[in-house]
Design a protein around this ligand. Sequence first.
Ligand code: GLC
Length: 796
Amino acid sequence: MLFGQKTHPLNFEYADHLTATENGLRVSGRSFHADICCHEITPFCTRLSFANGQVGDPCNHSDAIQTDYRDGRLIPPDIGQDQVSFAPSGGLITFGPSWFNMTLATGAVVATVREGFGYNGETFIAHFDIGDATGCYGFGERTRRFNKIDDSVDNWTVDVVAVFPHTFQRDDYDPSYAAIPLAIIKSGAHFTGLYFDNPGRTLFDVGKTHGGRLLYQSLRGNTQIYILTGPSLRQIVRHFTALTGRAELPSLWSLGYHQCRWSYENEAQIRDLQAQFAQHDIPVSALWYDIDYMDGYRLFTWNGERFPAPQALNQELKQAGIRTVAIIDPGVKREPGYTLYDSGIEAQVFCKTASGRDFVGRVWPGDTVFPDFTLARTQDWWAERLGDFLRDSALDGAWLDMNDPATGYSNPEDMRFADGTIEHDRYHNQYAHFMAKASHPACTRHAPDVRPFLLTRSACTGTQRYSALWTGDNVSSWEHLRMAIPCTLNLGLSGLAYNGPDVGGFLGDTQAELLVRWYQACFLFPFFRNHSARHSKRQEPWCFGEPCLSAVRDTIKTRYRLLPYLYACAFQHYLHGDPLLRPLLYDYEDKDFEHLDDQFLVGDALLVAPILTPAGTGQDIVIDGGKRQSRAVTLPPGRWYDLNKGLWLDGDRTLRYAAALDEIPLFAKENSIIPYYNGPLHNSLMDLGKIELHVFCEGRSSARGTVWIDDWETRRYTRGHFNSVDITARLDTDTWTITLTEQGHYPSGTVDFQPVFYGGPESARQAVLSTNGQRRARALQPASRPWISQWLTVLA
Ligand code: GLC
């Protein structure tokens, strides 16, 4: 298959005739006609539907938009001479026969060129003028740079390593495992979102072959274009995630550190791993089983010799605070006599070919058949079996792999859906999505109140409703480390906030320094897992000895300390759709940030600018006889607290920052309050009954933050079982006043909050803590903390 090849715009026909219809307009040319209508989905979202008379299967088949937002209000056409207009709340749209433009309520304009949309058989092109755009973001999981101006995007999910054997040398392959046709365009200070809802193969060219133009092509089916009003990036992401869904709140354990490898092959290796983590004093929240746990790669089985008692093992681990997750591929071994296969044949749940046979591919177990997850009967069949397997094995989650779908040498296009009636491309990009959708109820089948945990390799728009995502088979190289940041940032803007790469790199051998820098870059990523391939050098935290071990240990521990903060960010995502990791552009309007993709914000209070180059590459600085690798760090306006050096720094500038191997350039924003866990660390077992509030305020103004409290584990929060605690801190002469406004399900004071101050004059001697009006005064003392310096003070 030739990826990324587009049809030249001149090979399309553009309509020359326009007529009004009852619902909108019809445009026609020599070879086609298309019906267009307009819906207001919300005041901030307008949908234009283009129905091409030549499309064989006019049904959209996309599961991207949540059901509540699928209908919308039909906007009546206003008929003029040679033009038809629509006036939804979002702005004014005018159509000619082959062009349209929309002036949004914010003043931004979305406009095609004169020959702006057209057809070539089923293929559709829309050709936007983005001449004044300086940024383009979104598109889900992508390699290359964060800003997609001058880049192209192919939406066709693939098993990357199978399709691009050159991933070792390259960091620019496309397509990837996920397909999200979302373009967020920045013109001046305005952001506008264009979401192209077509689940089939779609291609974008963002000014790469035609400067100043955004070319969209869909190869099959009809496209609906959703136009999202900004003006800010934050508003676009909030609107888009309202439409396509937001992830559930993750359980606290799933936000911890995960350890994986292809494969930990037997019980002894798992126990050894547990012992090593304890011996090296490193917390771990989950251990993962890759394919070798199975009996001959048969789904829902364990190899009885290597894992004689998986349930007991997993329960024992859970007691020690270590959860377990097992890989689940979609491919079912085609083997009469194998219970799962037989039951699937009986229930008729597999994908078919055009000739009506069960489609056969070749994956780990050899010949395999594939559940057709689009069918309700398959979803039930799958959820029952996966649910029972998770319960019987005492597993805490499922890792959905090879669902791009990977079919080995077998051509996936022979795989059809709905008993062979629907062609492959309608569901190709959605295969993993429907697998995740079918797996989601399995997680709660025997434990209705447990928060599901699923991790998928492939995804499309909306998959965040069911699963987190990891970015597939990367390589242990500095290039792939660097690439992880723009990739996660664009995923977050595209709705898939819970994501992360294989820390350390999957393919190839990592080495000590690279491993440390990889941990440091990703230690606050929403999903944090070390994973490596069979035959690669082992890369668990202790594999390279000192100084790597200590640096990695400190990094992992710092994540655990910051879990209350990550959890607050997760709550923010659940409520509003804001990604946990964000580009600086999310919070700051600045032209200089349009291309910035080697540093990022975590929530709105922390900025991470990790070291992404090896020592000795010309950027090292010698301090006190020791070599430190340096990089440029851009601090947005305001003051920033340098958590390595314990210093306040002026923002609104770029500075050169040097960091030793065990240092992560990490900065806290002035006037923020960061919740911090300072109790004992024992894997995922954390008693969050006591949380420190780290107040970053120099005393000239006040600081604020919000903390969320619930049971960190169940779905009761969906029934209102949580508290929000709004916190402000203010300094008056020598007294800090911390005001907590706590409301919600739990009695106030369930969590004991202890303020810790960074900055403020030495004269500050005491703090008054006021919780819902009840006041307590306490004296202040200097603190000593390993991860931060002696500059801070805590309550005695
Ligand atoms: C695929 C996955 C990888 C996994 C391997 C074996 O390559 O992407 O994470 O380890 O299969 O299951």
